[in-house]
Design a protein around this ligand. Structure first.
Ligand SMILES: Nc1ncnc2c1ncn2[C@@H]1O[C@H](COP(=O)(O)OP(=O)(O)OP(=O)(O)O)[C@@H](O)[C@H]1O
Ligand SMILES: [Mg+2]
Length: 274
């Protein structure tokens, strides 16, 4: 998607949310069907604006991945629904690119082939998609590594391949479930800046799940904290500093105040267990 195309698409839906979770409830069946199952999400409501970067933080097991998986179309809600551009989500689609915590690459395919796989499955001509994939690999900093296999790449490089793969279908929406969770601190910071740079270029709507409140604040327009399970939105914070941001934002008054508020919001959910 070009920047101009993205702007036109955003304008067309100005005012209406890109993504809307309304009264979403999710119960996972317990093995054997006893005890009525696990209620993971309960009355989960959330609107996300076009091109907004929204992060979700919350205690482990509160339903963050469940919410993301329902939006991705991997899991159906038990009741309520999720809409994208007003249409109810019923299945995965190329409009939603997904990046997981562990680089889910095919070990027998090169970086380039991992990136083009998604397009290939849709029957597009190689002459069209290969240059695009090569451009994307360059954009995520992997020029020269196109023919490397995953085992020849570091964890951070593998995550870059995953991001390129998620972008190759020119999705309107990027769904990221702790994508940098397994990386060391320095690589994490680099990846956060890379994500902001890619956002500037492609302007997708991003739903980002993380345990790291600093990461959430650094990349987002808005951060929501969830209650413990069954998860729903507990509170939301807006980050007003304009994107793209640099590392000096990490020591700003705004960052520190938001970080404190978010840590307390999440911690109070965990403390109640003690
Ligand atoms: N496929 C599944 N089958 C049964 N229960 C599940 C399934 N997936 C998740 N759950 C349960 O639903 C609840 C929410 O899980 P979920 O993975 O959404 O949490 P999370 O917030 O992403 O946690 P974490 O921060 O640890 O990744 C948990 O109690 C979990 O055990
Ligand atoms: Mg999770």
């Amino acid at each position: 998607m070009t920047g101009a195309a993205a702007a036109v698409r955003r304008e067309a839906v100005a005012g209406s949310p890109k993504i809307s979770f309304a009264g979403v409830e999710k119960t996972y069946a317990t093995r054997g069907g006893a005890n009525g199952g696990t209620l993971a999400l309960d009355r989960f409501d959330l609107d996300i604006a076009p091109a907004e970067v929204l992060s979700i933080v919350g205690p482990t097991g509160c339903g963050k991945s469940t919410a993301l998986n329902i939006l991705a179309g991997f899991e159906p809600p038990s009741s309520g629904g999720v809409r994208v551009d007003g249409r109810v989500v019923t299945a995965p689609g190329p409009d939603r690119g997904v990046v997981f915590q562990q680089a889910a690459l095919f070990p027998w395919l090169t970086a380039l082939d991992n990136v083009v796989l998604g397009v290939k499955c849709r029957g597009e001509a190689r002459e069209l998609y290969e240059p695009k994939a090569l451009r994307l690999l360059e954009e995520v900093g992997l020029k020269g590594f196109e023919r490397h296999y995953p085992y020849q790449l570091s964890g951070g490089m593998q995550q870059r391949v995953q991001i390129a793969r998620a972008l190759v279908n020119e999705p309107d929406i990027l769904l990221m479930d702790e994508p940098f969770g397994a990386l060391d601190y320095q690589t994490r910071l680099l990846m956060q800046k890379l994500l902001l740079r890619l956002w500037e270029h492609f302007r997708p709507t991003i739903l980002f799940v993380t345990h790291d409140v600093g990461e959430a604040i650094f990349i987002s327009d808005r951060v929501i904290a969830m209650t413990r399970r069954p998860g729903r939105v507990k509170c939301e914070l807006r980050v007003t500093s304009p994107k793209p941001r640099d590392y000096d934002f990490l020591s700003s008054t705004e960052f520190k105040a938001l970080e404190r508020e978010l840590v307390l919001a999440v911690q109070s959910e965990v403390d109640d267990y003690a």
